[in-house]
Write a protein that binds this ligand. Structure first.
Ligand SMILES: C[S@@+](CC[C@H](N)C(=O)[O-])C[C@H]1O[C@@H](n2cnc3c(N)ncnc32)[C@H](O)[C@@H]1O
Length: 315
């Protein structure tokens, strides 16, 4: 499938799409570090620009539009949630691209907090907006740990299927591959995901293996809780306490915070995927990402549909 990717960031979702055999024809992000990371690891097909300044005619035709519109305005962690938050309007650009390109499918990712803004009224508006564009829309609330990601990461995925194809070629949302009760397989723990990395304080050649000096003090709130080595990691965050830094999760050794590389591994980025920018920027790009492993499952479903379409063309 040919994909247009909006709000692509460092390319977590896009990497999964490419690894599963899809083709990203055009991508966009405003953040220069994320764009550099994307270019060096995925491809040159990304434009660094504010989406608000991009003309729809500059975006190519495609089969699928994907993207995670910025979640700051939507996050439950943001106490000043506001229906009128300016960043929330960015999703309208996602709608405009879908309206203009009329892709067969679209996939939009967001934080779980999107479900509760305005007592659930905002998500209703969003879904109706998409339906009015001619799409059958479904909402999926997922925990990435259920898909083999070593992390408790609750996200909402909105799938749009163009009305004229939704019955013939429905998008079958991936079933969980892992579960708390060990079925189909047991959740992967943080220790299993990162124990292979050397001590970052000793000389090593692991890229991005530096960590935040922010002291580990347990205060029983997000990013300040003890990490259990035998459970999936807490959510890898994209922001901190509002003072500019990103809050990295404490390592389960209790001595330091996770390195950039360890955070990336928990987000299922391959070890040779290099992040560019300062430490804070790298942490942010990683915390913002859709785990590539989950992106791969979504991309595999697109491939399944694409094969069916090819077969029916041939007969
Ligand atoms: C949640 S992240 C998306 C991460 C991406 N889906 C991934 O898997 O790596 C949202 C992205 O939107 C970008 N963004 C925010 N405002 C933007 C704008 N006005 N134009 C283009 N990109 C923007 C941010 O720089 C950020 O990388």
């Amino acid at each position: 499938m040919n994909i247009v990717s909006l709000f692509s960031g460092a390319g977590g979702l896009d990497l999964g799409m490419v690894q599963s055999g899809n083709n990203i024809v055009w991508a966009n992000d405003i953040d220069s570090d994320a764009v550099k990371t994307y270019r060096k690891n995925i491809g040159n097909n990304i434009i660094e620009k504010d989406i608000q300044n991009i003309s729809l005619s500059d975006i190519p035709e495609c089969d699928v539009v994907i993207g995670g519109f910025p979640c700051q305005g939507f996050s439950m962690a943001n106490l000043q949630r506001d229906v009128a938050d300016k960043r929330n309007v960015l999703y309208r650009f996602f709608c405009a691209v879908v309206d203009s390109k009329k892709p067969k499918y679209f996939i939009a990712e967001n934080v779980k907090g999107i479900l509760s803004i305005g007592k659930g009224e905002v998500i209703k508006i969003i879904l109706k907006d998409f339906e009015d564009l001619g799409y059958h829309v479904t909402l999926h609330s997922v925990n990435m740990a259920d898909y083999g990601v070593p992390q408790m990461r609750q996200r909402v995925i909105i799938i749009g299927e163009r009305n004229d194809i939704s019955e013939l070629y429905p998008f079958i949302f991936p079933a969980p591959t892992h579960g708390k009760d060990g079925r189909p397989a047991r959740w992967i723990s943080i220790k299993e995901a990162i124990e292979r990395f050397p001590n970052p304080d000793l000389p090593n050649s692991v890229p991005n293996h530096e960590y935040s000096a922010y002291k580990v003090v347990y205060r029983n709130f997000t990013a300040h809780r003890q990490t259990d080595p035998n459970k999936p990691s807490p959510t890898i965050l994209a922001r901190g306490n509002g003072k500019g830094g990103v809050c990295a999760i404490p390592h389960y050794n209790g001595i330091r915070r996770l390195s950039v590389r360890e955070s990336a591994a928990i987000q299922t980025f391959p070890d040779d995927f290099i992040f560019y920018g300062c430490k804070t920027s790298c942490y942010r790009q990683i915390g913002n990402a859709v785990p590539p492993k989950f992106g791969y499952l979504l991309g595999t479903e697109l491939q399944r549909i694409s094969c069916l379409m090819e077969i029916s063309k041939a007969v």
